[in-house]
Design a protein around this ligand. Structure first.
Ligand code: DX5
Ligand code: ZN
Length: 215
């Protein structure tokens, strides 16, 4: 069954508790938590204060997507404050293996996030340690962008590559995901769908999550 991860970057922060409640009442399993520092990506989002606010009121797994420089500085704090999973960018990180090992050693699961221009073959050296491959289907940094259509092939190839390992590694797709591409993404091999703008703008949150899961 496909895991749905509402991205709270698209939530209405005036009513954050109500938005979290909507997620709690829906069949979504995860909450996708995008952290941006204005350096790794050209935008700033949120960090620890928002995590502390939502952690006690959510029943879902918190899936942190760190788009920050030197994630190692902050990984322990994110885990201490209650995230269960952390994905970090694969690009330009000479200490990627150490960072992934740090996440695992603190009891969380780890993932690598791939920019749209990064080849899917680049996951090969990491298959022994990662739990998730996070395929970006927009340029990281902003919600509400259009889905990049070449993602389907990337997901399918990712599935094949993962199949060569003996590990259970999930493929998560992030960016521009809606009910118009969810069906094809799942058929291509996606296990986790992140949805921000499309989901939070939908008329009926619950129904939308259900359709993302089952269409
Ligand atoms: C973009 C973020 C996404 C974003 C997705 O850098 O990683 O998680 O919130 O939002 P939508 O679904 O609006 O593209
Ligand atoms: Zn994200």
């Amino acid at each position: 069954m496909t895991i749905i991860a509402p991205s709270i970057l698209a939530a209405d922060f005036k009513y954050l508790a109500a938005e979290i409640q909507k997620i709690n009442e829906s069949p979504a399993e995860w909450i996708h938590f995008d952290v941006m520092d204005g350096q790794n990506v050209p935008n700033i989002s949120f960090g620890f204060p928002i995590l502390e606010a939502i952690k006690p009121i959510t029943q879902k797994v918190i899936d942190a997507h760190l788009m920050i420089e030197n994630p190692n500085q902050f990984i322990p704090e994110f885990i201490k404050k209650g995230v269960s999973h952390i994905s970090i960018p694969i690009e330009n990180n000479p200490r990627l293996r150490k960072d992934l090992e740090l996440i695992k050693s603190l009891g969380a699961t780890c993932g690598i996030a791939l920019d749209p221009d990064t080849s899917i073959e680049s996951i090969i050296p990491w298959l022994d340690i990662i739990d998730v491959v996070l395929i970006m289907s927009v340029q990281p940094g902003f919600g509400g962008q259009s889905f990049i259509e070449t993602t389907y092939q990337k997901v399918a190839r990712g599935k094949e590559i993962i199949g060569t390992s003996s590990r259970n590694i999930l493929i998560e797709v992030d960016g521009g995901v809606s009910i118009s591409n969810s069906s094809k993404l799942k058929a291509s091999g996606a296990d986790v769908l992140v949805s921000g703008s499309a989901l939070f703008k939908s008329e009926n949150f619950n129904e939308y999550v259900n359709t993302l899961k089952t269409n």
